[in-house]
Write a protein that binds this ligand. Structure first.
Ligand code: NAD
Length: 465
């Protein structure tokens, strides 16, 4: 649906008027175009004393052919860059614009050293281009041996989330916690977070851990899912159709599933993505058995649980049927299917499960006790199953969309829709492709170090942050 306010706010008259009235001016987000480089503007590297991830960072920047600039305070950088064969030069100062700021904070041992962060960002944030990126790298507090180290590493969350709210101009800010020993797992995450693919993801905390299975990086990062078999539920329209399109563009053979009543739409999507259509009501008693029977030889390598429904009513007015159908389709179905696919060997070892939760599951929402229960349950399922599935070499993660422009949100009353669009750091709604891009990252063979994560695709919504 057209965002008339955004169009107006970016017109000559509109930009003056919104500036004068202090209203948000949502910049059009730069999104990924096929064949585009990960990042085409220079990026500026900073870090604390004792920063531990610089060699890994230099390796990734070399692989993505980035143009790094070293901050003068980071004395260790020129030698690390040279060792990685990376052409890097010193930053020219506040007059030189950059597309991203990367700060390695892994060396911070106690809070008083946090001043290095203040100095770096104080000096540099004004040089960031619109739609730029900020990435702070830290160590997971829960794995730090010393309380003071855990404290300062945890403090990074407050800094990164506040930067996301402060910087505006469609700049996305993330904190990436990298477990000791997981340095080589960074590439898929940096490729995603630095690129226009993550346009509507901001204020997130990503945990990169040891890989669940020995995984080779994709032979071709432009086609990371080449030759892979993927199942997408709820694929006939909206976000599910965008996921099918995105994963097919990444090289996957996509089985597109939806209810029989949506068969015509579903076949259209399957044809468009060169995949197959599977008309099946997942709430049917024998759905899991039917699905395992329909699995391709060797099973699916990626399963995306996207099918979902809303049946909103306040709890006092809600019928048992509305409660039960939402919880069943959004949550219990996912549990039953996971169990059945695993038992039948229809989810390949080294596979990926990606679930679609919702911001409602994090923040709660008026009239959505059933929906929020189901979507919070999806997060519980992801977090509880991650360690168990890791033993089988499988990752499980969730995306939690915020306000996404779909038929569902187009049907909202005007004021609710406008509030949903504006109450986030990007001051606009996301698109189905933003959710799809995030799922593409989590589904990648390069993401074996990502499991148990819940990534919000919400432009850093002010709700539940
Ligand atoms: N649109 C948003 O802003 C938003 C926000 C947060 C979360 N989500 C979640 O994203 C997912 C997709 O949402 P959407 O906006 O594209 O919704 P949508 O209604 O356009 O698509 C959902 C699809 O799931 C299918 N489906 C429903 N019940 C099914 C069943 N029993 N068996 C098989 N398929 C079934 C539907 O037929 C439909 O094609 C849902 O899980 C939703 O809860 C959406």
């Amino acid at each position: 649906m057209k965002d008339s306010y955004r169009n107006f706010a970016n017109s000559d008259v509109g930009s003056r008027l919104t500036g004068w009235l202090g209203l948000p001016r949502p910049l059009p987000l730069a999104r990924y175009r096929a064949g585009q480089a990960v990042i085409d503007a220079p990026l500026l590297i900073g870090g604390s004393d004792g920063a531990e991830l610089l060699p890994a960072l230099a390796g990734v920047l070399h692989a993505i052919q980035a143009q790094p600039l070293g901050h003068p305070e980071l004395a260790a950088w020129p030698a690390v860059a040279a060792q990685a064969g990376l052409a890097s030069r010193p930053w020219g100062g506040s007059e030189e614009s950059v597309g991203a700021l990367l700060f390695d904070a892994t060396g911070l041992q106690e809070s008083s050293q946090g001043e290095a962060l203040y100095q770096f960002f104080h000096d540099t944030v004004r040089s960031l281009l619109p739609c730029g990126r900020v990435i702070i790298l830290g160590r997971p507090p829960e794995l730090c041996k010393q309380p003071r180290q855990a404290t300062v590493q945890r403090a990074l969350e407050g800094l990164s989330r506040s930067l996301g709210k402060e910087l505006k101009r469609a700049i996305a800010v993330q904190l990436v916690y990298v477990a000791p020993g997981a340095e080589q797992q960074l590439e898929s995450t940096l490729r995603f977070l630095l690129s226009p693919r993550s346009a509507y993801v901001s204020g997130q905390v990503v945990r990169v851990g040891l890989p669940v299975a020995t995984a080779a990086a994709p032979a071709d990062w432009a086609q990371p899912l080449a030759g892979q078999r993927v199942l997408v539920t709820g694929a006939a329209q909206g976000i599910g159709a965008a996921i099918a399109e995105r994963l097919a563009a990444d090289g996957a053979a996509v089985s597109c599933l939806d209810i029989p009543a949506a068969a015509q739409l579903l076949e259209g999507v399957a044809e468009r993505v060169g995949g197959s259509a599977l008309a099946l009501d997942l709430s049917a008693a024998d759905a899991a058995a039917q699905l395992t029977a329909a699995a391709p030889a060797g099973g699916w390598q990626v399963v995306v649980h996207n099918a979902g429904i809303t049946r909103d009513k306040t709890i006092a007015k809600m019928s048992p049927r509305l409660w039960q159908s939402v919880v069943d389709i959004n949550l219990s179905v996912q549990e039953r299917i996971n169990d059945a696919l695993l038992e039948a060997g229809a989810l390949a070892s080294g596979g990926r499960i990606v679930c679609v939760s919702s911001m409602s599951g994090i923040a709660g929402n008026f009239g959505q006790t059933n929906y929020a229960f189901s979507k919070a349950g999806v997060i519980g399922m992801v977090q509880s199953m991650a360690p168990l599935l890791a033993e089988r070499g499988i990752t499980i993660n969730a995306v939690a969309p915020g306000f996404i422009e779909t038929q569902m949100t187009a049907a909202m009353p005007l004021m609710t829709r406008e509030a949903g669009r504006r109450l986030n750091s990007m001051s606009q709604g996301g698109l189905p492709v933003d959710v799809a891009e995030t799922i593409g990252w989590l589904a990648s063979p390069g993401s074996a170090g990502l499991t148990g994560n819940v990534i919000r695709v919400c432009g850093q919504s002010l709700l539940g942050a």
